[in-house]
Ligand binder design. Structure first.
Ligand code: ACO
Length: 466
Protein backbone atom coordinates (compact mmCIF):
# COMPACT_ATOMS: atom_id res chain seq x y z
CA UNK A 1 0.00 0.00 0.00
CA UNK A 2 1.33 3.46 -0.86
CA UNK A 3 2.40 5.52 2.12
CA UNK A 4 0.93 9.00 2.53
CA UNK A 5 3.23 11.67 1.10
CA UNK A 6 3.90 13.71 4.21
CA UNK A 7 4.89 10.59 6.08
CA UNK A 8 7.50 9.64 3.46
CA UNK A 9 9.19 12.98 4.11
CA UNK A 10 9.04 12.42 7.87
CA UNK A 11 10.28 8.86 7.54
CA UNK A 12 13.27 9.82 5.43
CA UNK A 13 14.38 12.76 7.55
CA UNK A 14 16.33 10.50 9.98
CA UNK A 15 18.12 9.03 6.95
CA UNK A 16 19.40 12.35 5.64
CA UNK A 17 19.27 14.69 8.61
CA UNK A 18 19.75 12.42 11.66
CA UNK A 19 20.68 13.80 15.05
CA UNK A 20 22.59 10.62 15.97
CA UNK A 21 24.31 7.94 13.88
CA UNK A 22 25.39 4.43 14.90
CA UNK A 23 27.90 2.60 12.71
CA UNK A 24 27.17 -1.12 13.08
CA UNK A 25 30.30 -3.02 12.12
CA UNK A 26 32.62 -0.11 12.92
CA UNK A 27 36.01 -1.72 12.47
CA UNK A 28 39.33 -1.32 14.27
CA UNK A 29 41.18 -1.81 10.96
CA UNK A 30 41.75 1.23 8.72
CA UNK A 31 41.42 -0.85 5.54
CA UNK A 32 37.84 -1.84 6.42
CA UNK A 33 34.72 0.00 5.25
CA UNK A 34 33.38 0.11 8.82
CA UNK A 35 36.46 2.04 9.94
CA UNK A 36 36.29 4.49 7.04
CA UNK A 37 32.63 5.31 7.70
CA UNK A 38 33.45 6.32 11.31
CA UNK A 39 36.47 8.31 10.13
CA UNK A 40 34.40 10.03 7.40
CA UNK A 41 31.68 10.99 9.86
CA UNK A 42 34.30 12.55 12.15
CA UNK A 43 36.35 14.25 9.43
CA UNK A 44 33.25 15.48 7.62
CA UNK A 45 32.31 17.48 10.69
CA UNK A 46 29.45 15.48 12.22
CA UNK A 47 29.53 16.07 16.00
CA UNK A 48 31.71 13.40 17.70
CA UNK A 49 29.36 12.97 20.62
CA UNK A 50 26.60 11.92 18.23
CA UNK A 51 28.54 9.14 16.51
CA UNK A 52 28.23 5.66 18.07
CA UNK A 53 30.53 2.87 16.79
CA UNK A 54 29.04 -0.60 17.32
CA UNK A 55 31.40 -3.58 17.59
CA UNK A 56 31.18 -6.38 20.19
CA UNK A 57 34.96 -6.93 20.09
CA UNK A 58 36.15 -3.33 20.56
CA UNK A 59 36.20 -0.86 23.44
CA UNK A 60 36.90 2.16 21.31
CA UNK A 61 37.32 3.07 17.64
CA UNK A 62 39.10 6.24 16.50
CA UNK A 63 38.92 7.55 20.06
CA UNK A 64 35.15 7.05 20.33
CA UNK A 65 33.62 4.66 22.87
CA UNK A 66 32.37 1.53 21.09
CA UNK A 67 29.22 -0.37 22.16
CA UNK A 68 28.72 -4.14 21.81
CA UNK A 69 25.23 -3.65 20.38
CA UNK A 70 23.15 -0.71 19.20
CA UNK A 71 20.85 -1.60 22.10
CA UNK A 72 23.60 -0.51 24.52
CA UNK A 73 23.80 3.07 23.19
CA UNK A 74 22.61 5.35 26.00
CA UNK A 75 20.83 7.75 23.62
CA UNK A 76 18.20 7.55 20.89
CA UNK A 77 19.62 6.46 17.54
CA UNK A 78 18.13 8.03 14.41
CA UNK A 79 20.25 6.34 11.76
CA UNK A 80 22.18 3.06 11.74
CA UNK A 81 24.76 2.55 9.00
CA UNK A 82 25.23 -1.20 8.58
CA UNK A 83 28.71 -2.44 7.59
CA UNK A 84 28.64 -6.06 8.79
CA UNK A 85 28.64 -9.05 6.42
CA UNK A 86 25.27 -10.24 5.04
CA UNK A 87 25.23 -13.33 7.26
CA UNK A 88 24.80 -11.25 10.45
CA UNK A 89 22.62 -8.50 8.99
CA UNK A 90 19.34 -9.99 10.24
CA UNK A 91 20.64 -10.06 13.84
CA UNK A 92 21.81 -6.46 13.82
CA UNK A 93 18.63 -5.24 12.08
CA UNK A 94 16.58 -6.93 14.80
CA UNK A 95 18.70 -5.12 17.42
CA UNK A 96 18.10 -1.82 15.59
CA UNK A 97 14.36 -2.45 15.57
CA UNK A 98 14.32 -3.26 19.29
CA UNK A 99 16.36 -0.13 20.02
CA UNK A 100 13.90 2.05 18.12
CA UNK A 101 16.33 3.12 15.37
CA UNK A 102 14.40 5.12 12.77
CA UNK A 103 16.29 4.46 9.55
CA UNK A 104 18.95 2.12 8.20
CA UNK A 105 21.53 2.76 5.48
CA UNK A 106 22.84 -0.66 4.48
CA UNK A 107 26.24 -0.75 2.81
CA UNK A 108 26.34 -4.58 2.95
CA UNK A 109 26.16 -6.30 -0.42
CA UNK A 110 25.05 -9.87 -1.23
CA UNK A 111 21.27 -9.61 -1.58
CA UNK A 112 19.07 -9.10 -4.66
CA UNK A 113 21.99 -8.06 -6.86
CA UNK A 114 23.47 -11.57 -6.60
CA UNK A 115 20.15 -13.37 -6.84
CA UNK A 116 19.32 -13.53 -3.13
CA UNK A 117 15.94 -12.04 -3.85
CA UNK A 118 14.03 -13.95 -1.20
CA UNK A 119 16.49 -12.92 1.50
CA UNK A 120 16.15 -9.30 0.42
CA UNK A 121 12.37 -9.57 0.61
CA UNK A 122 12.61 -10.98 4.15
CA UNK A 123 15.00 -8.19 5.10
CA UNK A 124 12.52 -5.53 3.97
CA UNK A 125 9.74 -7.32 5.84
CA UNK A 126 11.83 -7.32 9.02
CA UNK A 127 12.78 -3.64 8.68
CA UNK A 128 9.17 -2.61 8.06
CA UNK A 129 7.87 -4.70 10.95
CA UNK A 130 9.72 -2.29 13.24
CA UNK A 131 8.51 0.80 11.35
CA UNK A 132 12.03 1.59 10.09
CA UNK A 133 13.03 2.60 6.56
CA UNK A 134 15.91 0.99 4.67
CA UNK A 135 18.21 2.60 2.11
CA UNK A 136 20.00 -0.09 0.10
CA UNK A 137 21.30 -2.72 0.61
CA UNK A 138 24.46 -2.57 -1.53
CA UNK A 139 25.17 1.15 -1.22
CA UNK A 140 28.10 3.49 -0.70
CA UNK A 141 26.17 5.43 1.94
CA UNK A 142 24.76 8.93 2.32
CA UNK A 143 26.63 12.25 2.10
CA UNK A 144 24.65 15.18 3.47
CA UNK A 145 26.38 18.55 3.32
CA UNK A 146 23.56 20.35 5.17
CA UNK A 147 24.52 18.74 8.48
CA UNK A 148 28.03 17.75 7.35
CA UNK A 149 27.28 14.05 7.59
CA UNK A 150 29.50 11.76 5.55
CA UNK A 151 27.92 8.40 6.41
CA UNK A 152 29.62 6.66 3.51
CA UNK A 153 32.88 5.29 2.28
CA UNK A 154 33.23 8.11 -0.27
CA UNK A 155 36.62 9.82 -0.05
CA UNK A 156 35.19 13.11 1.30
CA UNK A 157 32.05 15.23 1.47
CA UNK A 158 31.19 17.03 -1.76
CA UNK A 159 31.13 20.86 -1.59
CA UNK A 160 27.91 22.22 -0.05
CA UNK A 161 25.26 23.36 -2.50
CA UNK A 162 21.67 23.00 -3.63
CA UNK A 163 21.68 19.98 -5.97
CA UNK A 164 20.57 16.59 -4.62
CA UNK A 165 22.33 13.79 -6.50
CA UNK A 166 20.70 10.36 -6.44
CA UNK A 167 22.77 7.60 -8.01
CA UNK A 168 22.03 3.97 -8.78
CA UNK A 169 25.73 3.37 -9.31
CA UNK A 170 27.66 3.48 -6.06
CA UNK A 171 31.03 3.54 -7.80
CA UNK A 172 29.96 6.49 -9.94
CA UNK A 173 28.83 8.27 -6.78
CA UNK A 174 32.22 7.74 -5.17
CA UNK A 175 34.07 8.86 -8.28
CA UNK A 176 31.91 11.94 -8.74
CA UNK A 177 32.60 13.18 -5.23
CA UNK A 178 36.20 13.91 -6.28
CA UNK A 179 34.93 15.42 -9.49
CA UNK A 180 32.41 17.72 -7.76
CA UNK A 181 35.24 18.95 -5.52
CA UNK A 182 37.48 19.63 -8.52
CA UNK A 183 34.69 21.26 -10.56
CA UNK A 184 33.36 23.09 -7.49
CA UNK A 185 29.83 21.76 -7.92
CA UNK A 186 27.81 22.07 -4.72
CA UNK A 187 25.50 19.29 -3.57
CA UNK A 188 22.96 19.23 -0.75
CA UNK A 189 23.07 15.44 -0.62
CA UNK A 190 24.58 12.50 -2.44
CA UNK A 191 22.52 9.35 -2.11
CA UNK A 192 23.55 5.93 -3.32
CA UNK A 193 20.32 3.92 -3.74
CA UNK A 194 21.76 0.44 -4.35
CA UNK A 195 19.13 -2.29 -4.71
CA UNK A 196 16.23 0.06 -3.76
CA UNK A 197 14.74 -2.78 -1.73
CA UNK A 198 12.66 -0.36 0.36
CA UNK A 199 13.44 3.35 -0.22
CA UNK A 200 13.21 3.93 -3.97
CA UNK A 201 13.59 6.81 -6.43
CA UNK A 202 9.99 7.97 -5.95
CA UNK A 203 10.48 8.24 -2.16
CA UNK A 204 13.66 10.23 -2.71
CA UNK A 205 12.02 12.61 -5.20
CA UNK A 206 9.32 13.20 -2.62
CA UNK A 207 11.85 13.94 0.11
CA UNK A 208 13.94 16.34 -1.95
CA UNK A 209 10.85 18.08 -3.32
CA UNK A 210 10.14 19.14 0.26
CA UNK A 211 13.76 19.78 1.27
CA UNK A 212 14.41 23.53 1.58
CA UNK A 213 18.14 23.01 0.92
CA UNK A 214 17.61 21.41 -2.50
CA UNK A 215 16.73 23.41 -5.61
CA UNK A 216 17.38 20.82 -8.32
CA UNK A 217 17.50 17.01 -8.39
CA UNK A 218 20.07 15.08 -10.45
CA UNK A 219 19.44 11.40 -11.09
CA UNK A 220 21.74 8.71 -12.44
CA UNK A 221 19.53 5.72 -13.26
CA UNK A 222 19.76 2.52 -15.22
CA UNK A 223 16.16 1.57 -14.55
CA UNK A 224 13.35 2.39 -12.13
CA UNK A 225 11.40 0.05 -9.89
CA UNK A 226 7.63 0.53 -9.98
CA UNK A 227 7.71 2.80 -13.05
CA UNK A 228 4.12 4.01 -12.74
CA UNK A 229 4.64 5.33 -9.21
CA UNK A 230 8.01 6.85 -10.14
CA UNK A 231 6.68 8.77 -13.14
CA UNK A 232 3.54 9.91 -11.32
CA UNK A 233 5.69 11.25 -8.49
CA UNK A 234 8.11 12.85 -10.95
CA UNK A 235 5.25 14.62 -12.75
CA UNK A 236 4.16 16.18 -9.48
CA UNK A 237 7.65 16.96 -8.16
CA UNK A 238 8.91 18.48 -11.41
CA UNK A 239 6.23 21.16 -11.11
CA UNK A 240 7.95 22.25 -7.88
CA UNK A 241 11.62 21.50 -8.59
CA UNK A 242 13.58 20.69 -11.72
CA UNK A 243 14.66 17.07 -12.20
CA UNK A 244 17.45 16.12 -14.63
CA UNK A 245 18.10 12.44 -15.31
CA UNK A 246 21.02 10.67 -16.88
CA UNK A 247 19.59 7.33 -17.94
CA UNK A 248 22.36 4.98 -18.92
CA UNK A 249 21.95 1.88 -21.06
CA UNK A 250 20.73 3.61 -24.24
CA UNK A 251 22.41 1.38 -26.76
CA UNK A 252 21.69 -2.32 -27.15
CA UNK A 253 24.96 -3.32 -25.53
CA UNK A 254 24.61 -0.57 -22.92
CA UNK A 255 21.17 -1.91 -22.01
CA UNK A 256 22.60 -5.41 -21.66
CA UNK A 257 25.38 -4.05 -19.43
CA UNK A 258 22.80 -2.22 -17.29
CA UNK A 259 20.76 -5.42 -17.01
CA UNK A 260 23.71 -7.29 -15.55
CA UNK A 261 24.78 -4.34 -13.36
CA UNK A 262 21.49 -3.46 -11.67
CA UNK A 263 18.92 -5.75 -13.25
CA UNK A 264 17.43 -2.82 -15.23
CA UNK A 265 15.02 -3.84 -17.99
CA UNK A 266 16.73 -3.83 -21.38
CA UNK A 267 15.21 -2.40 -24.55
CA UNK A 268 12.96 0.12 -22.82
CA UNK A 269 14.96 3.22 -23.67
CA UNK A 270 12.46 4.81 -26.05
CA UNK A 271 9.70 4.26 -23.51
CA UNK A 272 11.84 6.04 -20.93
CA UNK A 273 12.33 8.93 -23.33
CA UNK A 274 8.59 9.46 -23.71
CA UNK A 275 7.92 8.97 -19.99
CA UNK A 276 10.62 11.50 -19.08
CA UNK A 277 9.05 14.08 -21.37
CA UNK A 278 5.55 13.52 -20.05
CA UNK A 279 6.66 13.78 -16.45
CA UNK A 280 8.78 16.92 -16.91
CA UNK A 281 12.13 15.17 -16.36
CA UNK A 282 14.87 16.74 -18.48
CA UNK A 283 17.03 14.02 -19.96
CA UNK A 284 20.81 14.50 -20.01
CA UNK A 285 23.14 12.29 -22.01
CA UNK A 286 26.47 13.00 -20.28
CA UNK A 287 27.69 13.67 -16.76
CA UNK A 288 28.67 17.21 -17.81
CA UNK A 289 25.13 17.90 -19.00
CA UNK A 290 23.59 16.42 -15.85
CA UNK A 291 25.40 18.88 -13.60
CA UNK A 292 25.63 21.83 -16.03
CA UNK A 293 21.89 21.84 -16.37
CA UNK A 294 21.20 21.35 -12.68
CA UNK A 295 23.44 24.32 -11.89
CA UNK A 296 21.45 26.53 -14.30
CA UNK A 297 18.06 25.20 -13.19
CA UNK A 298 18.91 25.64 -9.50
CA UNK A 299 20.05 29.24 -9.87
CA UNK A 300 18.09 30.81 -12.76
CA UNK A 301 14.39 31.58 -13.23
CA UNK A 302 12.70 29.88 -16.19
CA UNK A 303 12.30 32.22 -19.21
CA UNK A 304 8.90 33.68 -20.11
CA UNK A 305 9.60 34.69 -23.71
CA UNK A 306 11.32 32.94 -26.60
CA UNK A 307 13.85 35.43 -28.02
CA UNK A 308 17.37 34.80 -26.77
CA UNK A 309 20.13 37.40 -27.11
CA UNK A 310 23.78 36.40 -27.27
CA UNK A 311 26.32 39.03 -26.21
CA UNK A 312 29.91 38.23 -27.18
CA UNK A 313 33.33 39.75 -27.75
CA UNK A 314 34.35 36.95 -30.13
CA UNK A 315 32.80 36.31 -33.54
CA UNK A 316 33.83 32.65 -33.55
CA UNK A 317 32.38 31.99 -30.10
CA UNK A 318 29.18 33.67 -31.32
CA UNK A 319 28.99 31.42 -34.40
CA UNK A 320 29.45 28.29 -32.29
CA UNK A 321 26.76 29.44 -29.88
CA UNK A 322 24.46 30.19 -32.83
CA UNK A 323 24.82 26.64 -34.14
CA UNK A 324 24.20 25.30 -30.65
CA UNK A 325 21.04 27.43 -30.38
CA UNK A 326 19.74 25.66 -33.50
CA UNK A 327 20.58 22.29 -31.93
CA UNK A 328 18.71 23.10 -28.72
CA UNK A 329 15.75 24.84 -30.40
CA UNK A 330 16.50 28.33 -29.04
CA UNK A 331 15.07 31.32 -30.93
CA UNK A 332 17.86 33.57 -32.13
CA UNK A 333 16.35 36.38 -34.19
CA UNK A 334 17.40 39.88 -35.24
CA UNK A 335 16.49 42.26 -32.43
CA UNK A 336 13.97 45.08 -33.08
CA UNK A 337 15.50 48.35 -34.35
CA UNK A 338 15.17 50.29 -31.11
CA UNK A 339 17.15 47.58 -29.31
CA UNK A 340 19.80 47.46 -32.05
CA UNK A 341 20.25 51.22 -31.74
CA UNK A 342 21.01 50.99 -28.03
CA UNK A 343 23.42 48.07 -28.57
CA UNK A 344 25.37 50.24 -31.07
CA UNK A 345 26.41 52.51 -28.22
CA UNK A 346 28.47 49.66 -26.76
CA UNK A 347 30.47 48.60 -29.79
CA UNK A 348 32.76 50.10 -32.44
CA UNK A 349 31.33 50.68 -35.96
CA UNK A 350 32.57 47.29 -37.08
CA UNK A 351 30.57 45.46 -34.38
CA UNK A 352 27.34 43.61 -35.11
CA UNK A 353 23.83 44.09 -33.73
CA UNK A 354 22.32 41.15 -35.62
CA UNK A 355 22.37 38.62 -32.74
CA UNK A 356 24.88 37.42 -31.73
CA UNK A 357 25.53 40.96 -30.54
CA UNK A 358 29.25 41.16 -31.30
CA UNK A 359 30.87 43.82 -29.12
CA UNK A 360 34.18 42.83 -30.78
CA UNK A 361 37.55 42.24 -29.14
CA UNK A 362 37.52 45.92 -28.11
CA UNK A 363 34.90 45.22 -25.45
CA UNK A 364 35.82 45.86 -21.85
CA UNK A 365 33.93 46.19 -18.60
CA UNK A 366 31.67 49.12 -19.61
CA UNK A 367 30.64 47.62 -22.94
CA UNK A 368 29.65 44.32 -21.32
CA UNK A 369 27.79 46.12 -18.56
CA UNK A 370 25.86 48.30 -21.01
CA UNK A 371 25.00 45.55 -23.50
CA UNK A 372 23.92 42.99 -20.88
CA UNK A 373 21.84 45.57 -18.97
CA UNK A 374 20.21 46.72 -22.20
CA UNK A 375 19.33 43.17 -23.23
CA UNK A 376 17.92 42.25 -19.82
CA UNK A 377 15.79 45.38 -19.56
CA UNK A 378 14.27 45.22 -23.07
CA UNK A 379 10.77 43.73 -23.09
CA UNK A 380 11.42 41.77 -26.33
CA UNK A 381 14.19 39.68 -24.73
CA UNK A 382 13.45 36.39 -22.94
CA UNK A 383 16.96 35.32 -21.93
CA UNK A 384 20.60 36.34 -22.32
CA UNK A 385 23.70 34.24 -23.06
CA UNK A 386 26.97 36.08 -22.43
CA UNK A 387 30.23 34.89 -24.01
CA UNK A 388 33.67 36.21 -23.19
CA UNK A 389 36.95 35.23 -24.84
CA UNK A 390 39.86 36.31 -22.68
CA UNK A 391 41.75 39.17 -24.37
CA UNK A 392 44.78 41.17 -23.22
CA UNK A 393 42.83 44.44 -22.94
CA UNK A 394 40.72 43.39 -19.97
CA UNK A 395 40.66 40.89 -17.14
CA UNK A 396 38.02 38.15 -16.86
CA UNK A 397 37.27 39.28 -13.31
CA UNK A 398 36.37 42.81 -14.53
CA UNK A 399 33.99 41.37 -17.10
CA UNK A 400 32.49 39.02 -14.48
CA UNK A 401 31.87 42.02 -12.23
CA UNK A 402 30.27 43.91 -15.12
CA UNK A 403 27.90 40.99 -15.79
CA UNK A 404 26.96 40.72 -12.11
CA UNK A 405 26.40 44.47 -11.83
CA UNK A 406 24.19 44.46 -14.92
CA UNK A 407 22.10 41.56 -13.59
CA UNK A 408 21.67 43.27 -10.22
CA UNK A 409 20.88 46.63 -11.82
CA UNK A 410 18.36 45.16 -14.30
CA UNK A 411 16.15 43.82 -11.48
CA UNK A 412 14.32 41.46 -13.83
CA UNK A 413 13.45 37.79 -13.62
CA UNK A 414 15.22 36.59 -16.78
CA UNK A 415 17.73 33.75 -17.01
CA UNK A 416 21.37 34.35 -17.87
CA UNK A 417 24.00 31.74 -18.74
CA UNK A 418 27.63 32.62 -19.39
CA UNK A 419 30.72 31.13 -20.99
CA UNK A 420 34.23 32.35 -20.18
CA UNK A 421 36.73 30.92 -22.61
CA UNK A 422 40.38 31.13 -21.67
CA UNK A 423 42.92 29.86 -19.15
CA UNK A 424 43.34 30.02 -15.40
CA UNK A 425 42.10 33.61 -15.03
CA UNK A 426 38.94 32.85 -16.99
CA UNK A 427 38.42 29.78 -14.82
CA UNK A 428 38.76 31.83 -11.63
CA UNK A 429 36.29 34.43 -12.88
CA UNK A 430 33.92 31.65 -13.90
CA UNK A 431 34.10 30.24 -10.39
CA UNK A 432 33.41 33.72 -8.99
CA UNK A 433 30.29 34.00 -11.16
CA UNK A 434 29.07 30.60 -10.00
CA UNK A 435 29.60 31.56 -6.39
CA UNK A 436 27.34 34.49 -7.15
CA UNK A 437 24.73 32.13 -8.61
CA UNK A 438 25.39 32.91 -12.27
CA UNK A 439 26.00 29.65 -14.20
CA UNK A 440 29.25 29.94 -16.15
CA UNK A 441 30.81 27.27 -18.39
CA UNK A 442 34.11 26.84 -20.23
CA UNK A 443 32.56 26.56 -23.73
CA UNK A 444 29.79 28.45 -25.57
CA UNK A 445 27.96 25.21 -26.39
CA UNK A 446 27.62 24.33 -22.72
CA UNK A 447 26.19 27.77 -21.89
CA UNK A 448 23.67 27.37 -24.73
CA UNK A 449 22.77 23.80 -23.72
CA UNK A 450 22.14 24.94 -20.14
CA UNK A 451 19.86 27.69 -21.48
CA UNK A 452 18.14 24.98 -23.54
CA UNK A 453 17.36 23.12 -20.31
CA UNK A 454 15.82 26.30 -18.84
CA UNK A 455 13.61 26.65 -21.93
CA UNK A 456 12.53 23.03 -21.73
CA UNK A 457 11.48 23.56 -18.15
CA UNK A 458 9.61 26.75 -19.07
CA UNK A 459 7.80 24.83 -21.83
CA UNK A 460 6.84 22.04 -19.44
CA UNK A 461 5.51 24.55 -16.94
CA UNK A 462 3.60 26.37 -19.72
CA UNK A 463 5.30 29.68 -18.95
CA UNK A 464 6.30 30.81 -22.45
CA UNK A 465 4.31 33.63 -24.00
CA UNK A 466 4.73 34.37 -27.71
N1 ACO B 1 27.90 -6.03 15.40
C1 ACO B 1 28.76 -5.07 15.07
N2 ACO B 1 30.00 -5.32 14.57
C2 ACO B 1 30.33 -6.61 14.38
C3 ACO B 1 29.47 -7.66 14.70
C4 ACO B 1 28.20 -7.34 15.24
N3 ACO B 1 27.30 -8.27 15.57
N4 ACO B 1 30.09 -8.81 14.40
C5 ACO B 1 31.30 -8.49 13.90
N5 ACO B 1 31.45 -7.16 13.90
C6 ACO B 1 32.60 -6.35 13.50
C7 ACO B 1 33.78 -7.17 13.05
O1 ACO B 1 34.48 -7.72 14.16
C8 ACO B 1 34.58 -6.15 12.28
O2 ACO B 1 35.34 -5.31 13.13
P1 ACO B 1 36.93 -5.53 13.34
O3 ACO B 1 37.55 -5.36 11.99
O4 ACO B 1 37.33 -4.51 14.31
O5 ACO B 1 37.07 -6.95 13.85
C9 ACO B 1 33.50 -5.30 11.64
O6 ACO B 1 32.28 -5.60 12.32
C10 ACO B 1 33.31 -5.62 10.17
O7 ACO B 1 33.10 -6.99 10.00
P2 ACO B 1 33.99 -7.88 8.98
O8 ACO B 1 33.59 -9.31 9.18
O9 ACO B 1 35.42 -7.53 9.10
O10 ACO B 1 33.41 -7.39 7.60
P3 ACO B 1 34.14 -6.66 6.36
O11 ACO B 1 34.52 -5.31 6.75
O12 ACO B 1 35.17 -7.55 5.79
O13 ACO B 1 32.92 -6.62 5.34
C11 ACO B 1 31.10 -5.42 4.42
C12 ACO B 1 31.69 -6.05 5.67
C13 ACO B 1 31.96 -4.26 3.95
C14 ACO B 1 29.71 -4.92 4.74
C15 ACO B 1 31.03 -6.52 3.30
O14 ACO B 1 30.33 -7.64 3.76
C16 ACO B 1 30.32 -6.03 2.06
O15 ACO B 1 29.13 -6.19 1.88
N6 ACO B 1 31.10 -5.41 1.15
C17 ACO B 1 30.56 -4.81 -0.08
C18 ACO B 1 30.18 -3.38 0.15
C19 ACO B 1 29.80 -2.73 -1.14
O16 ACO B 1 30.50 -2.84 -2.13
N7 ACO B 1 28.64 -2.02 -1.14
C20 ACO B 1 28.13 -1.45 -2.36
C21 ACO B 1 28.86 -0.22 -2.72
S1 ACO B 1 28.55 0.25 -4.36
C22 ACO B 1 29.93 0.08 -5.26
O17 ACO B 1 29.81 -0.45 -6.28
C23 ACO B 1 31.20 0.62 -4.79
Amino acid sequence: MEKPRSSVVEQLRPLFRPRTVAVVGASRKPEKIGYQVVRNLMEGGFPRDRIFPINPYADEILGLKAYPSVKDVPEEVDLAVICVPARIVFDVVRDCGEKGVKAIAMITAGFGEVGNVEEERRLVELVRSYGMRLLGPNIVGVCDTVNRMNASFCQALPPPGDIAFITQSGALGIALVGWTIMERIGLSDLVSVGNKADVDDADLLEFFAHDPHTRAIALYIEGVKNGRRFFETARRVSKQKPIVALKAGRSERGAAAAASHTGALAGADRIYDAAFQQSGIIRAYTIDQLFDWCIALASQPPPRKRPVVIVTNGGGAGVMATDACADYGLALEDPPDDLKNVFRQYMPPFGSTRNPIDLTGMARRDEYYGAVLTALQHSWVGAVIVLYCHTAITTPREVADAILDAIRQAKVDKPVTVSFIGGAEADEASDYLRQNRVPCYPTPERAVAAMGALYRRAEYLGLLRD
